[in-house]
Design a binder for this molecule. Structure first.
Ligand code: HEM
Length: 215
């Protein structure tokens, strides 16, 4: 067995390195109340408004990453979320939605982080992994819970639909292969794992502020 076999792949390092943060994020009060029917569509709409700010910054970073020799392999058009979130907000608030939505301070910090580090391939990989693999996993649960508890139909929940990804599992496998193929050195791998942990913390901070706004 060569020495190389001992080095865990980036996708494995990211998954194992963020397991604790994942548990903390998904058990945040706002998330639990929203998914158990304890809140309302206004709380969901406020979450969607925060996600619009986050995905606008993430997808601006994706545009920059297309120019990166290594990172371009991680940019998938089929993952783009901003147009879907804008349609959701127009459904939830009406045509004047841009005058209605507000961005919370925790979300502004998240956006500032994406703007600051999104051009670095290891940091971009960390943030894209945290959001996109999350949406293709737990995100599907959120969609179902919103329909079950708040009587929502497809409209307003397009954020969770990936019409160009018929099956999530094989796509996630391809995404993990691309992560593993980024050819990051050891220092970059460590940076990616610590940045992914930070990405989860930034998401959790957003949930905490949403929880204060929607008790
Ligand atoms: C809202 C509550 C949440 C639920 C119910 C949930 C549920 C799940 C489930 C069932 C998986 C699949 C695990 C597997 O493949 O074995 C998953 C994976 C994942 N989730 Fe969540 N999740 C939640 C919140 C979050 C949040 C807030 C984030 C990040 C912002 C996130 C990011 C991820 C990522 C990145 C993965 C992929 C892990 C990997 O395969 O490497 N999740 N989630």
């Amino acid at each position: 067995m060569t020495v190389l076999a001992d080095v865990a792949a980036l996708s494995t390092r990211l998954r194992e390195g963020t397991r604790a943060e994942h548990t903390q994020a998904e058990s945040e009060g706002f998330v639990e109340r929203l998914l158990s029917g304890g809140l309302d569509v206004a709380a969901y709409a406020d979450l969607a408004a925060q996600q619009l700010a986050v995905y606008t910054a993430l997808e601006q970073a994706s545009e920059r990453m297309r120019q990166d020799e290594r990172g371009a392999a991680l940019v998938f058009d089929e993952l783009t979320r901003v147009p879907a979130i804008e349609r959701d907000l127009a459904h939830l608030h009406g045509a004047g939605w841009r005058d209605v939505v507000r961005v919370l301070p925790a979300t502004e910090r998240y956006v500032a982080r994406l703007d600051a580090v999104g051009g670095d391939v290891a940091c971009y990989a960390a943030h894209a992994y945290t959001r996109y693999l999350g949406d293709l996993s737990g995100g599907q649960v959120i969609q179902r819970m919103m329909q079950r508890h708040y009587g929502m139909g497809a409209a307003g929940l397009e954020f969770y639909d990936f019409p160009e990804i018929p099956k999530a599992k094989p796509f996630k496998d391809v995404y993990r292969e691309r992560l593993d193929g980024l050819d990051l050195d050891d220092t970059e791998v460590e940076l990616a794992v610590s940045e992914a942990q930070e990405a989860f913390r930034l998401n959790r901070a957003m949930f905490v502020e949403l929880g204060v706004a929607h008790p």
